[in-house]
Design a protein around this ligand. Structure first.
Ligand SMILES: [Zn+2]
Length: 247
């Protein structure tokens, strides 16, 4: 039954992936982002996912939000993080075909974004669609956050999370990538970590000072080194108060 489903629906998955690849969406050049976001909304909608565009303001690439509520398990929510933007296509001379061709050769699809991250995005959308069509439900609530600035540093993700906190709340996140190993087994890496950081700055003199004054004015670099030493112990345990406290 499941194999039949995959056989029947694989052409749609491939052609939707080609459509996504053929829509350039280069965040570094602000090229095609709106169009690509709208295309993702359309593909999600056709797959039974309730999709919409979230915005922060003009000139900030939109985020695509998708959602399917589970009937039998509505108390757990998983969120798929993906991005619809891609890296610039240069250097052009290294491409055999046009960078956004989506051309198929053998069992591979070529084009910028086919692997990072449009391929991953489309398989997730289609996996959700397969669940809906074969079982009439999804195993838990599913949410999608698909942003358009990953390749240039995700500058606005934090703001999106704050603005749409309730909408984007979830119990766990599946990050943007995934692999199949040499034996064709899907690989899921657990325990992806984000960044949590502190910034230290030291100011000693308010203007440049000649090196001969080193005996009078302490070099702030040394004070910074002393400060850095207080951040963790020899075993790597972070000593900042409440660092390990949850929630
Ligand atoms: Zn990526």
């Amino acid at each position: 039954m499941q194999e039949q489903y995959v056989d029947k629906n694989m052409p749609a998955l491939i052609s939707d992936l080609q459509k996504l690849i053929q829509q350039p969406s280069i965040s570094a050049k602000s090229l095609g982002l709106e169009e690509c976001a709208r295309l993702v909304v359309r593909i999600m909608g056709q797959s039974g996912i309730k999709a919409e565009i979230l915005r922060l303001g003009k000139n900030i690439p939109p985020v695509v939000y998708g959602e399917v509520k589970s009937k039998k398990n509505p108390h757990k929510t998983i969120l798929f993080y993906n991005h619809y933007d891609v890296q610039p296509e240069e250097p052009l001379e290294l491409w055999d075909d046009k960078p956004f061709s989506g051309k198929i050769r053998g069992n591979k699809i070529y084009g910028r974004g086919s692997a990072d991250d449009k391929g991953e995005l489309i398989t997730r959308i289609k996996a959700v669609e397969a669940f809906i069509k074969t079982t009439g439900d999804v195993p838990c609530n599913i949410k999608f956050l698909v942003e358009g600035e990953e390749e240039i540093g995700s500058m606005h993700v934090e703001e999106y999370l704050k603005r749409y906190q309730k909408k984007l709340s979830c119990d766990g996140i599946i990050w943007e990538f995934g692999y199949v190993d040499e034996k064709d087994r899907p690989v899921i890496s657990l325990g992806m970590k984000g960044l949590l950081y502190v910034e230290l700055s030291v100011l000693e003199s308010i203007r440049d000072a000649h090196s001969s004054l080193a005996v009078l004015i302490e070099n702030p670099a040394w004070r910074l080194i002393e400060a850095l030493k207080t951040l963790r112990n020899k075993n790597g345990l972070i000593l900042i108060k409440d660092w390990y406290r949850r929630g």
